[in-house]
Design a binder for this molecule. Structure first.
Ligand code: GCW
Length: 718
């Protein structure tokens, strides 16, 4: 009797545990390693029985640990480990200089420092799979690629793959404060538990590093660009070192945001003037100290003379003076400076769109060669849609790196489903026409300005301590996509979405394909219900949550939405043609000609560059006013369509994740409707035109929307 009871009990326990293991919550990201069915196992088994570990270098160990983890999960068994002897079915994870590869003609010369090859080969009569690079980290990247093939059900018996990253610095910028508040973060607190560091290293740091390495990210800036100087003190550097120790095996370097006034705050100096010998000496000593603690430190990220941050202009010096001073301190150690071009000044009446170009373009060629100038994709600020930044192509002697925002400050925080791959693709494939036709933004950032110039891309992270990392299941796609675009700026957003959907949701095309279609349309939906037809910067004040197109009372003109849309009785839009602010003249003449002409400017940028009468006839045949209203509705309808699509997945996607997405789509629908109603109510009060037939009036009057206050919205900028 007791035996029977025990069996039932243990069956219950096993079932209970198994059940729990199946309850996916998103923690595993795209590295879910789902159990394969028996047909798939039988298919793969001949190619995979054991592997060789020629040595125990930490990065090779990280790669083989990942292989084992994945195999146990997918196949139900671990690979047998062999030291040197190969058998049929060996996976060899190694480096170009391995004696095991002696005499083989492999194209290592094409792989650079971080590239890899995956090759099905015969060694000593055995059929093996070689995963190798010139460096250990190349082999690690190759391992993740190999696993992806299995995760997505691809054949692996005749492999001949080569892949090399096109950019060198592929870095995540965390806007995390030392008290764990994340500026513009919507995924909980900062991942970095500084108070427990350096002694306690949360295992999540390793999982974070695995996820980054799996998509080729090789750098992390853990602290906010609006930062405190304390991070540079010895006490904090020990904490940073602890993180660095976790990241190193995954090929990830740590960089730090450096506050320009640190010599005053930490060093007790009277000035932070970059040409002052005492300041120069302070930074040199500080950098030497950092490298004593963190020998593979990457360098500094700096936000200077922007939104109240200190910088060289405080001493009438240029950005180049500031960046070069830090670069000189870092150079002996091989460190770099990422100097942000996101600058605009309160006292400057010039169109904010123009200010970064005005300040930086004349400095072309004046930066040290270990400086990268980090430029946001657009000239204003990560809006749902912006034209590409005019600096791309305009500084041919200066390495420019792209800065994208992964966290969705302006695209619905964590809850709105907005795949940013399409936005980044749009920016990267834009033709700068510099020096001539066919020189895209991707080309500009990819082609080194001289033989050994650095290249890079930065993404403002959307990661926090939420169990699903990004605050939502679908925001994981943006982290994933950032890695893929940083590896290859010519990536196609749709391919990336498809890979992610397969890895994250299902290999069943009946699920994955509709998800890809949702993702591909999702960002345009946000543009439609927030900032259609080239509008931008219409959000509420401070936290940026919800609509605020009426806001006109902020200290600086260029913080007010009315500055950007300029709606009046005649029309709407910012005239940036020669008759207006002339920001267009910062682009190549061909670009300026296309966008400056009402006949050729695409609808999507119309109001970014032109002030247009409400009755202007659009390509659709509708008036501008009618078109504007119909765009708002189109955006809301698209969200409703996503809800219908998602409902159709009920029971076919694991419950918890399915429910979360369903509920988030409901939030998105409510907020999209809020944006639509409030914006139409406001613009109608200016345009004084009736709504076109078939478009419902907002349910409340304008004052009702204006009165909405959400002081506790997350991610505040402080
Ligand atoms: O997008 C704006 C944000 C600020 C941010 C700034 C920047 C870190 O609202 O919170 O500050 O850009 O990029 O420096």
């Amino acid at each position: 009797m007791w035996r029977k009871l025990l069996t039932i009990l243990s069956a219950f326990l096993v079932f209970g545990v198994a059940n729990q293991a199946c309850a996916e919550d998103g923690y595993d990201l795209w590295l879910r390693y789902q159990p394969l069915d028996s047909a798939a196992k039988a298919h793969y088994r001949p190619v995979l029985t054991n592997f060789v570990v020629p040595n125990a270098r930490p990065t090779i160990r990280a790669a083989t640990d990942e292989l084992q983890r994945a195999f146990k999960a997918m196949f139900g068994y671990a690979l047998v480990q062999r030291e040197t002897v190969m058998h049929d079915g060996t996976v060899l994870v190694t480096r170009a200089d391995s004696p095991l590869l002696k005499g083989m003609d492999l194209p290592f010369a094409r792989l650079g420092k971080e590239g890899y090859l995956i090759r099905s080969a015969t060694i000593g009569g055995n059929h093996v799979t070689i995963i190798a690079g010139n460096s250990d980290v190349g082999a690690l990247y190759g391992t993740f690629r190999f696993l992806k093939l299995i995760q997505t059900g691809q054949p692996i018996d005749k492999l001949d793959i080569i892949d090399v990253p096109k950019l060198q610095v592929r870095v995540l910028d965390h806007w995390d404060n030392l008290d764990r508040h994340v500026e513009r973060g919507y995924a909980g607190q900062s991942l970095w538990d500084w108070q427990k560091l350096p002694l306690y290293k949360d295992p999540r740091y390793t999982d974070y590093a695995r996820a980054n390495a799996s998509i080729g990210i090789n750098g992390v800036v853990p602290n906010n660009v609006n930062g405190k100087a304390e991070i540079l003190t010895a006490e904090w550097l020990e904490k940073v070192k602890a993180l660095d120790d976790v990241f190193r095996p995954y090929g990830i370097k740590v960089y730090l945001s450096a506050r320009f006034s640190a010599p005053i705050e930490l060093g007790g100096l009277k000035t932070a003037d970059p040409l002052d010998p005492a300041v120069i000496a302070w930074w040199k000593a500080k950098v030497d100290e950092i490298y004593r603690i963190i020998p593979d430190f990457g360098g500094f990220l700096v936000k200077a003379n922007s939104e109240g941050q200190p910088g060289p202009a405080d001493y009438k010096r240029t950005h180049a003076d500031g960046a070069n001073m830090l670069a000189d301190a870092l150079r002996p150690h091989g460190g770099i400076v990422m100097w942000r071009a996101f600058v605009y000044a309160a006292e400057n009446p010039e169109d904010r769109h123009k200010q970064a170009y005005t300040e930086f373009q004349p400095l072309d060629g004046k930066f040290r060669d270990n400086v990268l100038v980090q430029v946001k994709n657009g000239a204003i600020d990560f809006q749902p849609r912006e034209p590409f930044h005019p600096l791309f192509g305009a500084m041919p002697k200066t390495p420019l790196m792209m800065e994208f925002q992964i966290t969705k400050e302006y695209l619905g925080f964590a809850t709105h489903l907005a795949y940013l791959g399409t936005m980044w693709e749009e920016a990267l494939e834009a033709d700068t026409w510099r020096p001539g036709k066919g020189s895209t933004v991707a080309d500009v950032i990819e082609k080194p300005v001289d033989a050994d110039a650095i290249t890079g891309m930065a993404g403002v992270a959307n990661i926090g301590s939420d169990f699903n990392w990004s605050g939502s299941q679908f925001d994981q796609a943006n982290w994933y996509a950032f890695g893929r675009f940083a590896w290859d700026p010519q990536s196609r957003a749709e391919d990336v979405a498809r890979d992610w959907a397969h890895l994250t949701w299902s290999n069943d095309p009946a699920i994955a394909e509709p998800i890809v279609r949702m993702m591909m349309r999702s960002r345009e939906a946000v543009v439609d219900y927030m900032t259609p037809l080239g509008l931008g910067h219409l959000m509420a004040t401070g936290h940026h949550y919800g609509p605020g197109p009426w806001v006109a009372d902020l200290a600086r003109p260029d913080w007010n939405p009315v500055y950007y849309h300029k709606a009046d009785a005649n029309g709407i839009g910012f005239d940036r043609t020669r008759a207006g602010s002339d920001a267009l003249s910062q682009y190549a003449p061909q670009v300026a000609a296309e966008w400056g002409n009402l006949k050729t400017v695409p609808d999507r940028l119309l109001l970014w560059f032109h002030h247009v009468p409400w009755d202007y006839r659009m390509r659709s045949g509708r008036t501008l006013w009618d078109e504007l209203v119909s765009r708002y509705d189109r955006g809301v309808d698209e969200v409703a369509a996503m809800q219908v699509q998602w409902d159709a997945f009920k029971g076919r996607i694991d419950q918890r994740r399915w429910e979360e997405v369903r509920d988030f789509l409901a939030i998105q629908h409510r907020e999209a409707t809020w944006w639509r109603d409030a914006s139409i109510a406001y613009f109608q009060s200016v345009s004084k035109r009736p709504l076109p037939a078939g478009h419902a009036a907002p349910p409340h009057d304008l004052d009702w929307y204006k009165a909405i206050r959400t002081p506790y919205a997350p991610g505040r900028g402080e």
